[in-house]
Design a binder for this molecule. Sequence first.
Ligand code: SF4
Length: 1036
Amino acid sequence: MPSSFAKGNTKPNPGGPGDKYSGQGSKAASPEETTIRIASHLNHQTYFIGGIKVHFPFKPYPSQLGMMNHMIRALNTSKNTMIESPTGSGKSLALLCAALAWRRNYTTKNKQRVSNVRQAIRRYIKGGSLLPEADNKGQDKDAKAQVTSSEDTKPDVKMEIDSSAALTGGSILDKLAGDGHTDSTPALDIKPKIENSDITPDDRNNINNGDGDGDDDDDFVDATLKPKLSAAEKQSTGPEPIPGLPAPGSVAMDDPKHPKIHIDNTEILLIHALHDLAGTAEFIIQAAKTRMPPGMDQQDIDALIEFKENGSTESTPRIYFGSRTHRQVSQLVDELRLKSAYRLQTAVLGSRTQMCIHGEAIKTGSIDDACRKLIETDDCGPYRSHRKISGHPKVRFGGELEIWDIEDIVKLGKQQFACPYFAARELADNADLVFCPYNYILDPGVREAAGILLDGSIVILDEAHNVENAAREAGSVEITDNQLLILIGECQAMSKAGHIPETHQFVGQFAESLLTWLQEDFDDYEHQDFETLTAVWPRKGASIHDLLNQLAMTPAFTVRLQQAYSKLEDFIKEQRTIHADNQRMASGGALGKNGRGGELLDDIDSDSSHLSNISMRVVSSLLRVLKHLSHGGRYSSDYRVARIRRTAMTTEPLLANRKRKKSITPAAGTQEQVNTLAFWALNPGVVFSEIASQTRSIVLTSGTLSPLGSYASELQVDFASTLEANHVIDPSRFKAMSIMCGPAGTMLEAKYKTVDTMLFQDDVGASLCSIAASCPDGMLVFVSSYSLLNKLFMRWRTTKLMDRLEGCKRVFVEPQGGSKEAFEKLLNEYRNSLVENRVQGQPLERGAVMFAVYRGKVSEGIDFSDFFCRTVVNIGIPYPAFKDVKVTLKREYNDTMAKQQPRRQQQQQQPHSSTPGQQSSAALLNGSAWYEIQAFRATNQALGRCLRHKNDWGAIIMLESRFANEWNVNKLSKWVRSHMRVYSNFNRALADLDDFYRIRAAEDMAAHSPGDNLLATDSGHSADAVTTKLESSDSE
Ligand code: SF4
């Protein structure tokens, strides 16, 4: 049953509800003509949200309605927004449906807007006047209407169209000016011809060849055919000549080879006018200020004004939907495919590791390198036929796999013996919705390599709680001596082979001098830890620019490096083209063995004919950072430069050391020295603001964005609105507690000094034992570090408290380091122990407890729904390592930058100030505030491990007295802080907890009918066989 919700947006927007040009009185484009189809076989209901029709598979939760409304309003106004909504609230589906509904609506309305504008222009030209009559003849003498009628004053110019072109009937205008027309130049062989002309031989001498350049266009045409405009007007108002089409009134000589179709000059004028809608609209608006042009009315002018003001693009924004990991991306694809009714052209970007189907390449363990070599030597059959996938009807719009995921395309690739990796990239080029891990969007290097163009697009980043750190990482560059040595070697080889030797020598010599500096001894290193020495600039009166000058990285050098890099790029393209030509000749086929002709692929690499991708990336990343740092560079104060020397254990010799020691067979476990030059971006806005400047809207969303206030300041982007949605779980289904003291009355405050005391360790242990004894099934305990975990365990073993704990629960500990597989195994053992512990839907006496650290493997991306976790216990507040050099630098940076802000802005910087619409990129948090936020964000992330869906239930316990303080509670996610209850007496807290568990367990029992699968979880997952599959990023 359709319902109406939040028709709040009254501002006229393109395609928005207040858009008065949205179809009234004119023919609306049918939804079927838009780029998004509604799948009829899926049950869905229709809701009007923010004035837009949204198809949703079931009755939305109030929080889902809120999110959809919020998102639609942001998209309507081309603003950025943040949405925090707890896990299990259906956030992803709501955001997908809202975004796709908006896009569908935008396409429909935008087509109508463009159609209205086209009709207005058509009426204007057909009406016979191209300029208003000048009121002031003196002033407007040059601009006076000189084209007043395309019929009675023009020469009889006709358009000739090569009949071999795909124009088979109707007016060319119908083809070019129709609703489906885009701004691309029509691929028609069009030549103009003069028939029955009054044009003199002099006129013919001025015939323009249609390239549209120069004044000849104006000179040739009968003065009445084109308005004479000032240079500025020409730039800003008149339609530009269209490449491949003659300028209005221009002609070319006949080509007797082809039969012709004739169109008259009015149509040429229209084609040109319609080619540049924005320019022509502006021109007519100005003309109408003097007098309403014949054939037009105010509605036409209004349509032109609206079009000019609200954007002149004819294309619908592409949506990039990113999440943290590939597994999370897969979940998004499933939401779209299985639950949403929207169907459109989609693509998923992934890595070769996930998509390669070449058996030998997979076996090498370095698929990227192997792939590049196989392509270079034309030895990858799947690569040669990758277009079998990208052109396959199954993955096209309307096909069986129109919404596909990586495993689908890999399966299809195996069937077709075609490379899924390159097919995916090609499909992404034409997709309306592209899914990818969000580092593909954040990292400028990865973005470029993946061919992602953000212009005018909508970027939605799910699981965005790490975006701030990820953006800072993406803006940073670290170059090791090993990378420099590879670059030097390649440059020497290229130079020796005579390949643009000066350029390769220039780059190679620079790399050599940098390597020499990096490897020489340095007296001013400081110990960061046992294995790491660091020196940071600015230091002791030496600025970063002093260092760059010392390294000869001056602004002039940056210019030279840019020139060299451009030459290297050109050279690589040239080499690849030559290579492709050689292959073509060798195979004797038109397209060559690899079937791609001369197409350039930036992933192709070669050891012999040009610099490798690794080396090119060293140069390009250095170049990028030098531009930021150059004098006057926008971000010159946002970086710190570090020289780092690490001693690392390695099983393989580093190239740099191999050369130095002339050894190629080191024993396993050899100590190696690694020197690194680091450019650390302390401001995530370095990369994020660039993204924001290109996109239409950015939507950040996560279950744990709180505190929201820091995002705008840190990312240097204005978020016009924020939303903190409530949990969909009924408050009676969870308990949020802050327990100040242990059973022995010790104040539980896990600070640096107190965690070493026996009183603290013993009473924390006693508290955990009591909670573990009361809590059914699974339980997670988070502490701030592995070292604290070790201390606690050591003490508890000594006091035998561990025996007590193990009597209540089987104890698991998240490993520090270790392989992904080992962690997977541990996780599965934990889960299976809980499955085995259940009989007839009820837990036996022992459940399991998993000890983990904040920001560790367990704290992010792993689902502990239902009986896999009925309690999360948080010990302490996980502030980042105070002495970590990057943390110290970041704090100092924020302090410095915050001081430079006006006092008024500093007042906005309270970590929890998240007033909608008030976020300012300038209101940077000071160092302490930033530091605090990192701690509470990690806390929020950990406590979100349980309570994963509407029917879930569990307890969240802060075993930390500082959460008696409202200041700290207010930094937790909204759904927790609003229900937090503080206990100063442990026994009282435990009694309440017992009651909660008992009531919930009883209701669980009552909810299961005798025939139920008593091992099934409430989220619908069978717990019979628990297997967790992690991907590498999950286990980081
Ligand atoms: S082209 Fe594709 S199939 Fe061939 S090696 Fe590369 S990723 Fe693998």
